[in-house]
Ligand binder design. Sequence first.
Ligand SMILES: *[C@@H]1O[C@H](CO)[C@@H](O)[C@H](O)[C@H]1NC(C)=O
Ligand SMILES: *[C@@H]1O[C@H](CO)[C@@H](O)[C@H](O)[C@H]1NC(C)=O
Ligand SMILES: *[C@@H]1O[C@H](CO)[C@@H](O)[C@H](O)[C@H]1NC(C)=O
Ligand SMILES: *[C@@H]1O[C@H](CO)[C@@H](O)[C@H](O)[C@H]1NC(C)=O
Ligand SMILES: *[C@@H]1O[C@H](CO)[C@@H](O)[C@H](O)[C@H]1NC(C)=O
Length: 508
Amino acid sequence: MQVQNRFLLLVMVGGAALAVISLSLQFLNLIPTTPTVEERLLQLQPPDGFVRSAVGKSRKRVFPVLHTEEPSPLSEAYGYCNTPNRTEQAWEGHSPADYKLLSVQVMIRHGDRYPLYSIPKTKRPAIDCTLSTSRRPSHPLLKAFISHMGKGGGANWESPLSSVPRVPNHSVCESGELTQTGVVQHLRNGQLLHHAYKQHRLLPSDWSPRQLWVETTGKSRTVQSGLALLYGFLPQFNWTGLVVRHQWNTLFCSSSCDCPARNRYLEEEQRRQYRLRVANTQLERTYVDMARTLGLPTRQLRAANPIDSLLCHLCHNLSFPCAAASDGGGCLTVAQFAVIRQQQLDDEVDRRRVGLYRKYAVLAMYPYLNRTATRMERVAKGRGGEEAFVLSSAHDVTVAPLLSALGLEEARFPRFAARMVFELWRSPPVARRAAKGGKARSREGEAFIRVLYNGEDVTFHTSFCRTHGRPPSQPLCPLTNFLSFVRRDMFRVVGATSYRDACYKLPV
Ligand SMILES: *[C@@H]1O[C@H](CO)[C@@H](O)[C@H](O)[C@H]1NC(C)=O
Ligand SMILES: *[C@@H]1O[C@H](CO)[C@@H](O)[C@H](O)[C@H]1NC(C)=O
Ligand SMILES: *[C@@H]1O[C@H](CO)[C@@H](O)[C@H](O)[C@H]1NC(C)=O
Ligand SMILES: *[C@@H]1O[C@H](CO)[C@@H](O)[C@H](O)[C@H]1NC(C)=O
Ligand SMILES: *[C@@H]1O[C@H](CO)[C@@H](O)[C@H](O)[C@H]1NC(C)=O
């Protein structure tokens, strides 16, 4: 194979080329089963890796979602698990007095899932993916949720979603299946939003299909995560009238997925990632040690992407896998896990420094942001009956570029059940003095946007409303900032002024 071909893999999906590189492509022949497109997509970054705090000496800005000290790879990993065992703060629904909430658009990552990969010669983690109120973690709404999901036939499911099970239900989890932890995480997210928005009367009790928009990829874990959040938000929601839409591409780009330049940035980004990884001798030694422990060729272990499975063990408090007694019975260790994890964290820092991922992200998320902006503008213009609540149920490979495109590059890599929220607000009407002989009139209030990540208000950290440490001049960020960012300014990082320009620009 040519070097290029060994390095890159083009996956053709529905006519659109998604350039994807495998972390372990040189060992492709050793991968036991052909991964699905999504599994390959997951490899476009360290699967389930996440961002380390970059609040270094030279940075004054303190990002609220970040810890200010360098966290250990292990404490980061626990944050990533998002174990639902504590109350969470949620700043959704907060505004100055008299502001009116017009609409809310939410993008989530699915909840805790079973690994996509398994480590050869070891037992797969023993996790039960059926739902039971007697298993922990549980939730007060779980019982009613299970029963409500049994009645979902009445909804309008866009093909192919109608054949996707509405709850996880395998006593031995299938690869990538949502766990009960994942369901509980999203019931909690939904309930948080329910409380945050209930006094704002976002949706009438007899909401119409136009007011509630739900979209998801075709994976059972995103479908089920979306339903759990929706149930927490609107318990006992009316199935009749619910339309669940399908997004075939994990970038939620609908019919605007073609963008050759995006694929080129991704390929370059993957080359950067590969170079960084092979330069890390400690990482290489660790893989060799782990492979020896299990009696596997190093290449085969690396191809099995062990971090994915080890994270699952960690999140579920299971001891790390061991070799069979006939192979010496040795076990993988937390220290080995920490080395791989640390490399992923270093990779995130390098990724930000180099900036290729940001360019990829801007092009990857434009179609979603364009729809978000268009909806907000429509709602702000008061053409009634529009979407008041929009839920997009997605993956890490969706939420990570969304954060980057918005300039929230210091945010943590999306943990299980991460949530990104866009709120649209209107300020109170301003009374105007009457013109001579005329009647006193009042001017409509103006439209504002708030952006929240995992319950934290990050509005003033986005590229379009950054305040650089100054107190914001307005209590909220004007919607117009967001609109001109999406329609023009965000393409500046790729030296263009529009999506078309940027996508079809020839490489220089
Ligand atoms: C929640 O679970 C995590 C991971 O198991 C643990 O580190 C943390 O201490 C727990 N928190 C509480 C409040 O129990
Ligand atoms: C789960 O599967 C079992 C056996 O197939 C079935 O009896 C049960 O009704 C299912 N539960 C749900 C909630 O779908
Ligand atoms: C559910 O919605 C349908 C149509 O949108 C309506 O006819 C029906 O009465 C509603 N059911 C309940 C229980 O509100
Ligand atoms: C994790 O497992 C250990 C033993 O396997 C047990 O002692 C500990 O209580 C468990 N921790 C949690 C948070 O469940
Ligand atoms: C962006 O949104 C506008 C509507 O505001 C639409 O006409 C246009 O086709 C969208 N562009 C893309 C590439 O999605």
